[in-house]
Design a protein around this ligand. Structure first.
Ligand code: ZN
Ligand code: ZN
Length: 414
């Protein structure tokens, strides 16, 4: 019998984005993730072949964004957590809405989105499931966002697919732990970059900065990703006593989080924190929020969402500040703000007089953490993916395992 394992990345292997990987053995074909880049215009992975099962680690669009497309051809079974299914559904509907608004072709219909949601076979961490072949899959918490998983395949070989991982504890989640395996398929979002400070120190610095802004009479605007980052910030702020306003899709995501308390480190604390803040539901609410002290809103990279309407009002106010806490993609509006002190308001670039600050609240393991994680998994082979800087990860790992760095579309036998 031929026991070879073949993998082929359809996207997202040499970049942090549109991830998709097909894994094939003699008797099964699996698709891991099927993501997209929500860029302008959106970017997609290569078309996926028909597979037996889809495995989805988490809801972020660069992992889940093209899953509904699979249903425009045929039915498909998706293994993921219930919470991931619900958040991904919200993001899919939103991405179609945005594509239509921006005038881009939509790769799938609302009906495909519905079918994708109905085709989820919900699984949970520490459960095991047979894949209808010589392999079974075990699910592990990935520590990245609530409900995020790593997949451990056991059969002839042990294979670990990490998706996105974080190894430190945050207010929302516990960090993930290494899993012993023969073949490690590892993300490298933060390859070459370490998180310079401990989370508690960063939180202290953030609160100190907000204090300064509020004392001088300004508003602190925190553009934050709707999934996970905005809820984490709400928890960081929960004891500080500021007048905090919460706008954008993060409100809906917070409700979903609270529906699935098993995926949160401390659900009661999130509930309490949510009860202390004001939710914005209308234009009138936005006016009130501007009279408050802190506004948490999407989008995290400032390419759309309510944050732009707030910034339009505050752009000439040097007392106010924009506080960024997430990953800033090269072409994003928030990167433009950091580099050039400008924001693009739907095609019109304007100078921003507000102070701009960045605090490193990453949901990804940093460079040294990735290396330590990989070593503790004790693999024979490591496949590096989801990174624009794989060489610097390969270098320190090449003494512990055979390293693979496939290109998009390339078939690799392991
Ligand atoms: Zn992610
Ligand atoms: Zn990712």
């Amino acid at each position: 019998m031929n026991n070879d394992i073949k993998i082929q990345f359809l996207g997202g292997v040499e970049e942090v984005g549109r991830l998709a990987m097909v894994l094939e053995t003699s008797d099964m074909k699996l698709l891991f993730e099927y993501g997209m880049n929500p860029s302008k215009p959106p970017e997609y992975p290569m078309p996926s072949p028909l597979v037996d099962t889809v495995l989805l680690t988490h809801a972020h669009l660069d992992h889940s964004g093209m899953i509904p497309w699979l249903f425009s051809r045929s039915d498909q079974k998706i293994l993921t957590t219930k919470i991931t299914g619900e958040i991904a559904n919200l993001l899919h509907k939103d991405s179609i809405k945005i594509a239509k608004m921006e005038g881009y072709a939509t790769p799938y219909s609302n009906n495909d989105i519905k079918e994708a949601k109905n085709s989820i076979v919900s699984v949970a961490p520490s459960q095991t499931r047979n894949l209808g072949s010589d392999y079974e899959v075990k699910f592990h918490d990935a520590g990245h966002i609530p409900g995020s998983l790593m997949f451990e395949l056991s059969g002839d070989k042990k294979i670990l697919f990490t998706g996105d991982i974080n190894v430190i504890d945050t207010h929302l989640l516990k960090g993930t732990k290494p899993v012993n395996c023969d073949i490690l398929i590892l993300e490298g979002t933060y390859a070459g970059r370490n998180h310079p400070k401990k989370r508690e120190e960063i939180e202290k610095d953030l609160l100190g900065k907000i204090d300064e802004i509020v004392k001088r009479g300004g508003v602190a605007v925190l553009p934050a990703f709707a999934v996970s980052r905005s809820q984490e910030l709400i928890m960081v702020l929960r004891k500080a006593g500021y007048d905090v306003w919460f706008d954008g899709m993060g409100r809906k995501v917070a409700k979903i989080f609270l529906k699935y308390p098993r995926y949160l480190k401390n659900p009661d604390e999130l509930k309490k924190a949510m009860n202390k803040i004001s939710l914005v539901h209308s234009d009138h609410g936005r006016k009130l929020a501007l009279k408050g002290e802190v506004i948490i809103t999407s989008s995290g990279m400032m390419d759309g969402g309510p944050v732009l309407s707030y910034m339009h009002k505050l752009k000439n106010d040097p007392k106010s500040a924009v506080i960024l806490t997430g990953y800033q993609v090269e072409s994003s509006n928030s990167r433009r703000l950091i580099d050039h002190g400008q924001l693009d308001f739907y095609g019109v670039k304007q100078k921003i007089e507000c102070e701009v600050q960045y605090f490193d609240f990453s949901a990804h393991a940093g460079h040294s953490e990735l290396i330590e994680f990989a070593k503790k998994c004790n693999p024979e082979k490591i496949v590096l993916m989801h990174s624009d800087n794989r060489d610097v990860l390969a270098e320190p790992l090449k003494d512990v395992a055979e390293i693979f760095m496939p290109k998009t579309g390339e078939m690799v036998e392991l």
